[in-house]
Design a protein around this ligand. Sequence first.
Ligand code: DGJ
Length: 374
Amino acid sequence: MKTPSFLAAAFLLLFFSFKNQAQTIKPGKIWPDNNGVHINAHGGGMLIHNGKYYWFGEHKTEGRRGNAAWVGVHCYSSENLTDWKDEGIALEVSDDPESPIVEGCVLERPKVIYNEKTGKFVLWFHLELKGQGYTAAKTGVAVADNVTGPYTFLEALNPNAGHWPANYPGELKNKTFSDDLESWSEEWLQAVKDGLFVHRDFEKGQMSRDMTLYIDNDGTAYHIHAAEENLTLHISELNEDYTGFTGKYIRVLPTGHNEAPSIFKRNGKYYMITSGCTGWDPNAARLLVSDAVMGEWQYVENPCVGEDADITFDSQSTYVFPVQGEEDAFIFMADRWRPQNAIDGRYVWLPVQFKENGMPYLEWMDEWSLGFFE
Ligand code: DGJ
């Protein structure tokens, strides 16, 4: 018969070994929440509010069909980035067939920001209308008084209708384009560079697929989205309450074919990590740098190094966020998609490291902890 002190010691050992396990980040593994269920927040983003992290992402369901939205946007909270509490569904899809966010629509890459002036939380997401594939290319917006929701859906739109990009040459505004250019031909690519799709979508508003949000130090918020048939990123300024567009926007790397944008700032420079466009399959990430959000973005290189750097360690970027209480510490969030069984998608989080020349880079780690930044 075992003595009570032996049992107590065994219990403590077990407790601490579980606790230690819980305090590391294991990219690509199952990440249980407080109920022991794998976190269901894909294509997500992080809001830091009153000392807590809030992770919002796509709630996927079992099977291939689970890539469409049958539930909504899932929210989790944490104080240490390893113990995650399920906060439930922040934005529910609707059972009203007339609603743009009806069950079965495509609702991807939700991001939440907090507006200091209005005291509201604002959630934006990529929306594709039910049954229309990826043709609508809209962005949707919802607001809440409480960080975890419930969020009230406001509208879905194509941004910047009737506005030219701020960095679009005046002489191209009157350009006419031939209708019968062969896709991907040199002439077609030149036409896209010259604004073929900007013109096409001028009246109804620009396309907005993969997206993220960024608030600059002066409180101005930006909506960064894959536009022009995914060939060009747009960075669009949001209005004061963050629920609409001002009409000021720029084109970034026309014909660069970037999606999955994530953005952060360090030492006065803005960095963007994106991916190429290969559906659910991974490809090489891209690093872009600029001196201003609405500035001249330059392509730098693939920020990933080492084995599987050419496929972003089998993942696709979704967000980069600063670690609280640490200087210069950023975490890169990415998704390892599992399109055949969407709910089994995994999360690849890696610390952002910096080269001597200041450029960020990412390398694979099987397991790491926040101690990495100390
Ligand atoms: C890649 C995008 O980044 C994802 O969010 C999703 O839209 C898939 N394409 C769909 O194929």
